[in-house]
Design a protein around this ligand. Structure first.
Ligand code: COA
Length: 374
């Protein structure tokens, strides 16, 4: 068995930023327009008027202040209320590929590796741009990687499940190195007309290079252990899929074809599941809370992360121990914990231990315990 290690990470960040203030202005204009159009039904009591959203609520309920997006014009246009993304020719690189390649190039540079050194590509994300060919194979082709590639989807947990898949292949010797990319265009599956969730998501792409630890050219994070778990739940669901046109009313503008969640239930059910998962994983690996220098958690909600950090460490996390990036990026699904890891891991020193954890729809949770080597 070989020891896998993370030798490089990269983040692609879109240039468009949407603030809570901009978002709320657009939403409220849409709500006013909708209420005008449905004034008679509202007056008759057959439909409920849409209520305004609020900046204060969004920040207090989630901790989110801004989000990066691939297109803000459509999102902020009350006549559109979704991103407007150019239709690409089949011969052009797909949008997810373009984002993933940018992040991958940064990760390869950090690992001091060329694309030719990589044996496999995994595109682990919540949504894939098309059914096939796999986005991962397009990324492989764009970078000139020989070997194989495949897509996988475990919603917000995709990144850690992808890391486990890659680490296991390196451990067994079937590959020497892998690139795991997480391009997330969450704004395209978000229902911007629903005030309960319109503030939740942003877009980003992350990439991680994994190799045999013995091949690492510089500072790296040895992957000590990975653990994944799932438990079926309908509380986060998206019914869009290839059977859509075969079903009555399948092609209509239906709410369930976008991200749907029962946020309160998710909060209540996922928190204990994740806290227990991390605690058990650490206990089984002989890692005590005092040994852990950093927690890089999934970035969905600040209160949620505060709770998990406190449960896992057995005390209030100190500043910097459990870095959040969701105030700037919002929830970027599988990429969130990898952004936090990429931006807040340089300062760790030889032997320091940390834990990456992502969780979400499924339900699903994945954790990766790493040790820093200079
Ligand atoms: N602006 C103003 N008020 C709003 C609002 C908005 N944008 N959205 C909802 N509200 C109102 C609600 O209507 C509700 O009003 P009521 O009390 O009169 O019924 C009130 O604010 C509270 O809403 P609720 O949905 O219970 O808020 P919350 O505190 O649970 O926060 C989430 C909502 C989504 C931020 C929170 O539940 C959450 O983060 N859950 C977990 C999400 C998660 O991790 N998902 C994983 C996705 S990958």
């Amino acid at each position: 068995m070989y020891t896998p290690a993370i030798t490089g990470t990269g983040v692609f960040t879109p240039t468009d930023v949407v603030t809570n203030a901009e978002l709320v202005t657009a939403f409220n204009a849409y709500a006013d327009k909708w209420n005008d159009e449905h004034a008679d039904e509202i007056a008759a009591g057959s439909v409920e008027a849409m209520q305004h959203s609020s900046e204060e609520f969004i920040f207090k309920a989630s901790g989110i202040e801004n989000r990066y997006v691939m297109d803000k014009t459509g999102i902020l246009d009350p006549e559109v209320m979704h991103p407007l993304l150019r239709q690409r020719d089949d011969d052009e690189p797909g949008l997810m590929t373009e984002m993933a390649v940018d992040a991958a190039e940064k990760a390869l540079a950090q690992a001091d590796r060329k694309a030719g050194d990589i044996d496999a590509v995994i595109c682990a994300a919540s949504n894939h741009e098309r059914a096939y060919p796999a986005v991962a194979i397009e990324v492989q082709d764009a970078l000139g990687i020989v070997g194989f590639a495949f897509d996988m989807n475990v919603a917000c947990s995709s990144a850690t499940f992808g890391l486990q898949a890659a680490a296991d292949m390196i451990r067994s010797g079937s590959i020497r190195s892998a690139l795991v990319v997480n391009p997330e265009i969450c704004t395209a599956h978000l229902e911007w007309r629903d005030r309960d969730c319109h503030f939740i998501f942003g877009d980003v792409a992350t990439a991680v290079v994994l190799e045999r630890a013995e091949d690492a050219k510089g500072t790296h994070f040895e992957v000590l252990s990975t653990r994944c778990a799932t438990k079926f739940s309908n509380n986060i669901r998206n019914n869009n899929g290839f059977l859509r046109r075969s079903r009555p009313a399948g092609m209509e503008d239906r709410r369930d074809m976008q991200f749907m969640q029962n946020g309160r239930k998710v909060f209540k059910e996922v928190l204990p599941m994740v806290s227990q998962h991390i605690t058990d994983h650490m206990t089984d690996e002989g890692v005590g809370s005092a040994d852990l220098k950093r927690l890089w958690l999934h970035q969905a909600n600040k209160t949620m992360n505060d709770f998990i950090g406190k449960k896992v460490l057995g005390r209030e996390p100190e500043a910097g121990e459990q870095p959040n990036i969701l105030q700037d990026y919002a929830n970027t699904s599988s990429a969130g914990s990898i952004i936090a890891f990429s931006k807040y891991s340089d300062d760790l020193t030889e032997g320091d231990l940390g834990l990456i954890c992502s969780f979400g729809a499924g339900y699903s949770v994945g954790s990766v315990i790493v040790r820093r080597h200079s």
